[in-house]
Design a protein around this ligand. Structure first.
Ligand SMILES: [Zn+2]
Length: 332
């Protein structure tokens, strides 16, 4: 009975059609702010977020002190801890106040009550299965095009910042919040090298801007999916049981723009330090997108350009590892 009740109450609107997703998301956001205290408190707290900017050559990194993010940044994501807690993305465990908008292929959109963005959505599957991108990249791209040009959609790998590695989900936030959204063209012009190009697709390797990454731009979803799988397979060269570590940011404005940030580590050494040297930072897509999130003020106060450089160096692919990837993608 409980399950039926939760499902019946989940969707805000009865309209099942998939049109006008951005408008429906907007209505959901308004509804949740007016009817769910946790969410309205969360978004109100954003007004007191402190921001610092660090200028590099043709790009910017911001640091945000956002105390509301403590749960996510310090989340224990080892198998034992995950097993011991109820999954907070499963429909049956959602707070009664939480409503949703239906999206394609069993995905639904929720307002994230612990926001980083001024509009921050979580997009889980209705099914509880592990965070794994290989077979879901197409869905991510479709969701990105449906949410349109005003949203960036992102994915955090199970060992790269996802606080629910046991339940497949994406997140979305307003386009332009992550520095890379608007600085992309400058970064590409300064640091990009085209490694594949045809009439419908451009793949670029970006290196030298603290975090090495690949961008794929295309209006053809099959081609962009195939190119992503090439990247995935090169990164998965050891055929390990674990997904290759990565964060992904997708945006859509007539074309898709998929940014793939391969990772070498989950958290930098500073995360595990004690006392003075500790920095509670757990880099995920938003950090790779140019906004470092600090839930503790003491860490925000300590952050410097040098630390930003070192954190990126520790958690992303080295130039040699990245060259291996871009060479493989270049040779086809
Ligand atoms: Zn779940």
């Amino acid at each position: 009975m409980q399950i039926e009740f939760a499902k019946k109450k989940l969707y805000l609107e009865d309209d099942d059609s998939l049109s006008d997703l951005p408008e429906k998301a907007e209505r959901l956001f308004e509804h949740q702010l007016n009817n769910w205290k946790l969410a309205s408190d969360g978004y109100r707290s954003l007004t007191s977020v402190q921001v610092k900017q660090f200028e590099f050559d043709n790009f910017t990194i911001e640091a945000h002190f956002n105390p509301g993010r403590i749960i996510s940044s310090s989340a224990k994501v080892d198998a034992k801890s995950i097993e011991a807690r109820p999954c907070f993305l499963c429909i049956d465990n959602l707070p009664v106040e939480q409503k949703a908008v239906k999206i394609i292929n069993d995905y639904f959109l929720l307002v994230n009550p612990f926001p980083i963005f001024s509009k921050h959505f979580t997009i889980p599957s209705v099914n509880h299965f592990p965070q794994a991108i290989e077979n879901e990249i197409g869905n991510m791209l479709i969701i990105s095009s449906m949410l349109g040009k005003d949203n960036s959609v992102f994915y955090n790998g199970p060992r790269c910042g996802a606080s629910a590695p046991d339940h497949i989900h994406f997140q979305a936030g307003n386009f332009g919040f992550m520095k890379i959204d608007e600085e992309y063209k400058d970064i590409l012009n300064t640091y990009g090298r085209i490694i594949y190009e045809d009439d419908e697709q451009v793949t670029t390797a970006i290196t030298g801007c603290l975090r090495n990454f690949i961008s794929i731009e295309s209006n053809n979803i099959s081609k962009i999916t195939a190119e992503f799988k090439r990247i995935y397979n090169v990164l998965n060269k050891d055929q390990s049981n674990f997904e290759p570590m990565m964060n992904i940011i997708s945006s859509y404005n007539d074309n898709w723009r998929l940014l793939v940030f391969p990772r070498s580590r989950h958290r930098p050494s500073y995360f595990f330090e004690e006392g003075e040297n500790k920095l509670l930072i757990s880099p995920a897509a938003v950090d790779l997108g140019g906004v470092f999130i600090f839930p503790r003020e003491e860490d925000f106060n300590k952050i410097t350009k040098e630390l930003i450089i070192d954190i990126f160096r520790q958690v992303t692919l080295s130039d040699d590892e990245f060259k291996y990837l871009s060479d493989k993608l270049n040779n086809r």
